[in-house]
Write a protein that binds this ligand. Structure first.
Ligand SMILES: Cc1cc2nc3c(=O)[nH]c(=O)nc-3n(C[C@H](O)[C@H](O)[C@H](O)COP(=O)(O)OP(=O)(O)OC[C@H]3O[C@@H](n4cnc5c(N)ncnc54)[C@H](O)[C@@H]3O)c2cc1C
Length: 314
C-alpha cells in the first residue's frame, strides 16, 4: 500500500502529457508533493514531429515528454506508469486508485487528454499522424503547395477545406456523402478554386508507407496528404465518476471548468484537451502552468485554514 495513504500528498496529476507535466513542473518547483500517473498514450504519439511550439518546433512529441518528465522529476515529482480508472472523495481528500495502491491527495488534477475517433475507412488508422492529419497549424506548412485532400466527416469539414486553402492552391474537398457542400458553401469553395469530389470515399492509396491518393467511386485521386475531422471524445471518465458537471455543446458534453481549471467537484481540477478541444501543445503547456498556480494558491489558503483551526482547538 502507498505510503501517502497515511499522509495525503498535495497533488495527484492523472495524465502526463504536455498539460499534466507542465502543471507538475510548476507544482514541484513550488515545493509541493506531487505524483503524476500516466498511461503513456499522448494524443499526438503517432506524429514524428511536433510543430508550432516555440523553442521546440520540429521536436518529436515523445522527446518533449521525456524532457518534461526529467525536468519535473528534478524537483521531486514522482512518476508512476498506469491507468487510473477510479477515485473517491474521502472527507476533505481524494483517494486515487493506482497500480501501487490507493493514494490519498489534497487536490486531484485530471489531464487525461482526448481520444480521436477516426472515420471508419480502410487505411486511416495506419496513416494517422503521417499521411492523415487533423490540424492545419501543425501540419499545413509541411504540405504547402502540395495537393491537399480534405475527407469530410461532417458539413463542418467545409471550414477545414477553406482554412487549408491558405497553405495550397490545390485543395480537393472529398464530400464523402456526409459533408455535402451545397448553395453558398459550394459557391464559396468553387470561388477559391477548391475542387469538389462527390461520392463515397472507400480507402486510401499508399506506396510503401507513403500516402499517394484517395479512392472515391472506384477512382484514385492523387493527394500528398489528407486532412480530416475525427470525432473528439474527452477522456473524462474519472471526472464524471466523481460527479463533475458537464455542459452540452456542438461537440458533445464536456466537463465544466472555470478559468482556473476548477471543476464542480471540490478539490478536483482539470486541464488540457480533456476539457478544452482547442488546447494544442502550446496552449496545454500554458494552461498547465496557469492551473498549477491556482492549485498552489488554493493549497496555501487551505494551509492557513488548517493552522487557524489548530489554534482554535488548542
Ligand atoms: C496526429 C496529431 C498531431 C498533432 N500535432 C500537433 C503539433 O504539431 N503541434 C501541436 O501544438 N499540437 C499537435 N497536436 C495536438 C496535441 O496532441 C494536443 O494538443 C496535446 O497532446 C494535448 O495535451 P494533453 O496533455 O491535454 O493531452 P495528451 O497529450 O493526450 O496527454 C494525456 C495523457 O494522459 C494519459 N491518460 C489518459 N487517461 C488516463 C488515465 N485514466 N490514467 C492515467 N493516464 C491517462 C494518456 O496516456 C496521455 O499520456 C496533434 C494531435 C494529433 C492527433
Amino acid at each position: 500500500m502507498e505510503d501517502h495513504v497515511q499522509e495525503p500528498t498535495d497533488v495527484v496529476i492523472v495524465g502526463g502529457g504536455p498539460a499534466g507535466l507542465s502543471a507538475a513542473l510548476s507544482l514541484g518547483r513550488a515545493r509541493r508533493r506531487v505524483v503524476v500517473i500516466d498511461s503513456g498514450e499522448p494524443r499526438n504519439r503517432t506524429a514524428a514531429h511536433m510543430h508550432g511550439v516555440l523553442g521546440h518546433d520540429g521536436l518529436s512529441p515523445l522527446a518533449l515528454l521525456d524532457r518534461g518528465r526529467a525536468e519535473a522529476a528534478g524537483y521531486g515529482v514522482r512518476m508512476l506508469r498506469g491507468e487510473v480508472s477510479s477515485a473517491r472523495i474521502v472527507d476533505d481528500t481524494i483517494e486515487v486508485d493506482t497500480t501501487e495502491g490507493a493514494i490519498r491527495t489534497r487536490r486531484l488534477l485530471v489531464a487525461t487528454g482526448l481520444e480521436d475517433v477516426l472515420p471508419d475507412l480502410p487505411g486511416f488508422r495506419e496513416q494517422w499522424g503521417s499521411g492523415v492529419v487533423v490540424c492545419p497549424y501543425c501540419d499545413g506548412w509541411e504540405h504547402r503547395d502540395d495537393v491537399i485532400g480534405v475527407v469530410a466527416t461532417s458539413p463542418g469539414s467545409i471550414h477545414q477545406a477553406q482554412l487549408l486553402r491558405q497553405w495550397s492552391e490545390r485543395v480537393v474537398y472529398f464530400e464523402n456523402v456526409v459533408g455535402k457542400a451545397s448553395g453558398d458553401d459550394r459557391d464559396r469553395l468553387v470561388r477559391r478554386g477548391i475542387r469538389i469530389e462527390s461520392g463515397a470515399v472507400t480507402g486510401l492509396r499508399v506506396d510503401g508507407d507513403r500516402l499517394t491518393g484517395v479512392e472515391v467511386d472506384g477512382r484514385v485521386i492523387e493527394v500528398g496528404v489528407v486532412f480530416t475531422g475525427p470525432t473528439m471524445r474527452p477522456r473524462d471518465g474519472l471526472l464524471r465518476s466523481l460527479g463533475a458537471s458537464t455542459t452540452a455543446s456542438d461537440l458533445g458534453d464536456w466537463v465544466d471548468v472555470d478559468g482556473d481549471g476548477r471543476t464542480s467537484v471540490p478539490g478536483v481540477w482539470a486541464v488540457g484537451n480533456v476539457v478544452n478541444v482547442r488546447a494544442n501543445v502550446s496552449v496545454s503547456l500554458g494552461l498547465g502552468s496557469l492551473v498549477a498556480g491556482a492549485i498552489n494558491a488554493d493549497l496555501v489558503d487551505d494551509d492557513i485554514e488548517q493552522l487557524a483551526a489548530q489554534v482554535v482547538s488548542a
